[in-house]
Design a protein around this ligand. Structure first.
Ligand code: NAD
Length: 271
C-alpha cells in the first residue's frame, strides 16, 4: 500500500505502549485516527486509549484483527498465549502481525498461527512513550521487505528503528531495552556529584539530564566517533581530562560493557 494513511492499524491491548505508538502514528500523519482501533479487556484502558489518541476502541480482539491491515500485539508476554489461541484462524497471511511483547520468539507465532503468517517481532524501549524510542525488529514467516519497511516507518514515529536478525534481539534487550535504566543511574550519579559540589538538586538533575541528551544528539547528528567527540572537548591539562581520569579509575567503561553483557545473558536465560 503506497499511502500509509489508508492503512488500518489495530492494537490488541490498549495499555501504555499501544497508546504511545498510536499517538505517534496519528500525530506524525502515518495514519489517521479513523484508521486506528484497539481492543482491551478493561474498559478503563479502552477509555484512556480513546481519550489520549482520538481513535476507536472495541471490546473484541477478533474484531480488531479482522478489521486491520496491521495487527499490533501489545499485551504482556504472559497474556500472549491466550490471545494467540483466540486469534487462531483470524490472523492469516492477509494481515501483518507485529508483536512488541518482550522475549516472545517468532517461533511462538508461527507454531500457533501457522507458517503462512507475516510476522515481525519488535523490541521497543520505554522512551517510545516520549517519542525518543530506540527499537529493533526482526522478520519472520512470510514477512516481506515491504512489511519491514512499513514497520520501520511505523516505529520511526516514536523514535528510531533498526532491523536485525532475531538472534541479535537479546543483545538489543541488553543495550537499548535495559539501557534507559543505566542512563537514569548515570544521571542520578552526575546530579549527586554536583550536589556534593554545592549545586541545588533541581538544577543539578536538569543540567545532568540535558548534558546526556545533548551528548547523545551530538553523536547521532554528527555521526562522529564518540572518542573523537571526547578528544575534541579535552584540552591539555584541563578540567575534562581530570574528570575522565576519575571515570577511568572507577572503571566506568568496563562497568557499562559488563552491564550490557549481563542483561543480554539474562535475556537469553529467560527466553
Ligand atoms: P500495559 O500493561 O500497559 O498494557 C497491556 C494491556 O493489555 C493492558 O491494558 C491489559 O488490560 C491488556 N490486556 C491484557 N490481557 C488482554 C487480552 N487478553 N486481550 C486484550 N487486552 C488485554 O503494558 P505495556 O507497558 O504497554 O507493555 C505492552 C507490551 O510491550 C509488553 O508485552 C511488554 O513486554 C512490551 N514492552 C514494553 C516496554 C515498555 O517500556 N513499557 C518496553 C519493551 C517492550
Amino acid at each position: 500500500m503506497s499511502d500509509s494513511r489508508q492503512i488500518k492499524v489495530g492494537f490488541i491491548g490498549a495499555g501504555r505502549m499501544a497508546t504511545a505508538l498510536a499517538g505517534g502514528l496519528i500525530s506524525s500523519g502515518f495514519t489517521s485516527a479513523e484508521n486506528v482501533c484497539a481492543s482491551d479487556t478493561y474498559e478503563s484502558a479502552r477509555e484512556k486509549f480513546a481519550h489520549e489518541t482520538g481513535a476507536t476502541t472495541l471490546e473484541a480482539n477478533i474484531t480488531v484483527a479482522e478489521q486491520s491491515d496491521i495487527v499490533i500485539l501489545a499485551v504482556k508476554p504472559q497474556q500472549l498465549p491466550d490471545v494467540l489461541q483466540e486469534l487462531k484462524g483470524t490472523i492469516t497471511g492477509k494481515q501483518l502481525l507485529v508483536s512488541i511483547a518482550a522475549g516472545s520468539p517468532l517461533s511462538l507465532f508461527l507454531e500457533t498461527l501457522g507458517d503462512s503468517i507475516r510476522v515481525i517481532r519488535v523490541m521497543p524501549n520505554t522512551p517510545c512513550l516520549v517519542k525518543q524510542g530506540a527499537s529493533a525488529f526482526a522478520r519472520g514467516g512470510k514477512a516481506t521487505e515491504a512489511d519491514a519497511s512499513l514497520v520501520d516507518s511505523l516505529l520511526s514515529t516514536v523514535g528510531i528503528a533498526v532491523e536485525v536478525p532475531e538472534s541479535q534481539l537479546d543483545a538489543v534487550t541488553g543495550l537499548s531495552g535495559s539501557g534507559p535504566a543505566y542512563i537514569y543511574q548515570i544521571i542520578e550519579a552526575l546530579s549527586d556529584g554536583a550536589v556534593r559540589m554545592g549545586l541545588p538538586r533541581h538544577v543539578a538533575t536538569q543540567l545532568a539530564a540535558q548534558t546526556v541528551k545533548g551528548a547523545a544528539e551530538m553523536v547521532l547528528e554528527t555521526g562522529e566517533h564518540p572518542g573523537a567527540l571526547k578528544d575534541a572537548v579535552t584540552s591539555p591539562g584541563g578540567t575534562t581530562i581530570a574528570g575522565i581520569h576519575a571515570l577511568e579509575s572507577g572503571g566506568l567503561r568496563s562497568s557499562l560493557m559488563n552491564a550490557v553483557a549481563a542483561a543480554t545473558l539474562r535475556s537469553i536465560e529467560l527466553g
